[in-house]
Design a protein around this ligand. Structure first.
Ligand SMILES: [Zn+2]
Length: 260
C-alpha cells in the first residue's frame, strides 16, 4: 500500500479543489492519507475529513511554532480528540530552533505535554525537529513509551541513530529528490521496517513538481527516489512502507475502510 503519512490537507492551499486532489491520489494508487492537524482548527478539520472519507485518518496536536499558546485548554481539547479512533497520532509536535516562532521553553513544555498525552492514549507522536537534534533526542529518551515518527527527516545522523535505537520510525519527504539533498546515508541506515513516506503537502513538492503546490499523489515520486537509493524495487518499498504505516498508526484492514 502506497501511503502518504503526512500532509496538511486542511491547509487553505487545498481550499478550492480538495476533492480533485484526493481523486488524483486514489487514481495514483494511494491507499491511505494521514491528514495532519497541527492546531485545534486543523485537527478538527482533519477529523471531519476522516469521518467523511474512510481512506483518510487524522492526527491532532500543536506545532512547535505555536507552542507559546499551549495551555490547559489545549490539553483538554487534544485529550478529547485522541479518544476518536480516526485520530491515529499526536502531532505534529517537537522543537524548531531554526525559526523559533515560540520561545524554546514553551516548545519544550508543549512537546513534553503532548508526549504524555500520546502515552496516555497509546498512540504514536509525529515529530518535527529543526536545528534541535540533541534536545529532541533527549526528550524522546525521556519518553521511551511513546513511538515517534521523525517526520520529513532532514536532521543529523546523531538524531537518526538515537531514534532508531529507541525503535522509532523515520519518514522521508520530497526533500530526497532535491539537488541539495545530502542525506542518502539516512535513507540507507534506516531499517526497511522503520521507513515511512510522506509528502508534507502543500510544502516540499518533489522533483519534477518542485516549486508547485505539493499534493499526496506526488508521494510516488518520493517512493521512486527512496527505492533507487536503497537499490530495491518500487513494489518492495511500497509494500514495506505501507506495512510500517499500518503498524505504527494502527490502521486496521476492513475497519472503517473500503478496500483494506
Ligand atoms: Zn508537516
Amino acid at each position: 500500500m502506497l501511503i502518504d503519512t503526512h500532509c496538511h490537507l486542511a491547509d487553505p492551499a487545498f481550499g478550492p479543489d480538495r476533492p480533485e486532489v484526493l481523486e488524483r491520489a486514489w487514481a495514483t494508487g494511494i491507499a491511505r492519507v494521514v491528514v495532519i492537524g497541527e492546531s485545534r482548527s486543523s485537527a478538527e478539520a482533519a477529523l471531519a475529513m476522516a469521518a467523511a472519507e474512510p481512506r483518510l485518518v487524522a492526527t491532532a496536536g500543536v506545532h512547535p511554532h505555536d507552542a507559546r499558546e499551549w495551555n490547559s485548554e489545549s490539553e483538554a481539547w487534544l485529550r478529547e480528540l485522541l479518544h476518536d479512533p480516526r485520530v491515529v497520532a499526536v502531532g505534529e509536535t517537537g522543537l524548531d530552533f531554526h525559526y523559533e516562532h515560540s520561545p524554546r521553553s514553551d516548545q519544550h513544555r508543549a512537546f513534553e505535554a503532548q508526549l504524555a498525552l500520546a502515552a496516555a492514549a497509546g498512540k504514536p507522536a509525529v515529530i518535527h525537529a529543526r536545528e534541535a537534534d540533541d534536545e529532541v533526542a533527549a526528550v524522546l529518551a525521556h519518553h521511551p513509551e511513546v513511538t515517534a515518527i521523525l517526520h520529513s527527516f532532514s536532521s543529523g545522523m546523531g538524531l537518526l541513530r538515537a531514534g532508531l535505537v529507541l525503535r522509532h520510525y523515520v519518514s522521508f519527504s520530497g526533500m530526497v529528490t532535491f539537488k541539495n539533498w545530502r542525506l542518502d546515508d539516512a535513507v540507507l541506515e534506516t531499517p526497511l521496517d522503520r521507513l515511512l513516506l510522506e509528502t508534507d503537502s502543500p510544502y516540499l513538492a518533489p522533483v519534477p513538481h518542485r516549486g508547485k503546490r505539493n499534493e499526496p499523489a506526488f508521494v510516488r515520486d518520493v517512493a521512486k527516489r527512496v527505492a533507487a537509493v536503497r537499490g530495491i524495487s518500487l513494489d518492495e518499498l511500497i509494500t514495506a512502507t505501507g506495512d510500517n504505516a499500518a503498524r505504527v498508526f494502527q490502521l486496521q484492514s476492513g475497519v472503517g475502510s473500503r478496500e483494506w
